[in-house]
Design a binder for this molecule. Sequence first.
Ligand code: ADP
Length: 458
Amino acid sequence: MKVGLRTRLSLSYILYTLLLIFLISVSANVYLEKHFQDYVKKQQEQKNNEIVALIQQQYRDGEWNRAVIEDIGINALENGMIVKVTNNKGHVIWDATVHNNGMCMQMLSHMANNMKSRYGQFNGEYVENPYIVKHDFQSVGTVQIGYYGPFYFNDSDLDFINSMNKMLSAIGLLALALAVVFGVFMARQLSKPISNVIKGAQLIAKGFFKEKIGNRSSTREIDQLTSTFNHLAETLDKQDALRKQMSADVAHELRTPIATLQSHLEAMIDGIWQPDVQRLKSCHEEVMRIGRMVGDLDKLAKVEAENLILDKESFNLLELARTIVQNFESAYKNKGIELTLTGVDSCLSADRDKISQVIINLLSNALKYTPSGGTVDISVDCFDEKTGIRIQDSGMGIPKEDLPYIFERFYRVDKSRNRLTGGSGIGLSIVKSIVDAHNGKIQVESELGKGTSITVTF
Ligand code: ADP
């Protein structure tokens, strides 16, 4: 059977409290009982000594003050003690059993009942303790004090024990009630945000990626769960937007070459055009272009999907640039372009492979759009207090009106020029996507006919 979080938490609170109440009551009863019994025994001894001391004061000049002794004895009897005073010849001065035997018996049975009410199997009996009465260091008589032993609880002792037990039960009940209230409250506090997360996750599962799970919780783990879900929704939303954008772009880009190809082929099928080598070559070129475009698209899709997960590490940006420059050296040499690298060692924490891709794309653009005899300078340094890389070429430059669009997919400044160089307008989209994923910045400065400078900072 599946039990909800709320029920489970409330039940565990109640169980925990019940266990605590049980342990506290048992230990309080055992511990307090033992101490209380010791205390009662000590009290009895003290009372006996006080009675003996009082009776001792009633002996003066060989005479006993019988009237006061009787008062003392009656008072003692009311407190559960049977007093008998004899002189040193063995003659009884005062005896509680003689004074009122009925009351003595009644008092003893009352004590026995008190003890039985508390301890069902109590093994008590009548105990008598003799005390010597001295006058001027000489024994003048004996006081015998009898009581129900080894100890007994009088009515106020029993009242104390009973009220303590009642108080413990009341505290237990209160604790139980509080446990239920707190349990339900805590369970609500925990289960409400989890229910919110579940509702949000269900909406995300249905494709509503824009849905955000609100209500921040004061519990760290739940807060983390909520923000993880929100992040997941954001990522899925971005992926969804990318997918839609990509489909739209692909449709748009493929439409023209496919339409050209279709009309050429139809013309040849209908016999309007002869399928000569020239026309077939033109068709083949279109097919090749579509093929290249699909390849580039594949690359971009991969990069954009991978950008959602960055494998960051610390590395020296200058060293990375040096390695890439070495790979480009022969291509630059062949085209007659001078390639130089300057800068300082700069530590960067980023996805090394993706940053390599950025440098490679920028260097291949500089190579593509710089005529032979030109120069390309790479510098790794601090730009606006941020680590970065600048690639400056003395190439053909980009017209001002095109600058805002060069990072868009399939955007080419000069379509015919790019047909020759083979670019499909994806390289800078990849660069931008990677730099964005790193929260970096790209700045482009370009002057037509003079050159372009692209600075990437992280
Ligand atoms: P492509 O594959 O066409 O090079 P990119 O996305 O890399 O696509 O670049 C987009 C357009 O920006 C290019 O077609 C080109 O016209 C322009 N461009 C990029 N880099 C440079 C540069 N260094 N010098 C001149 N033009 C450039």
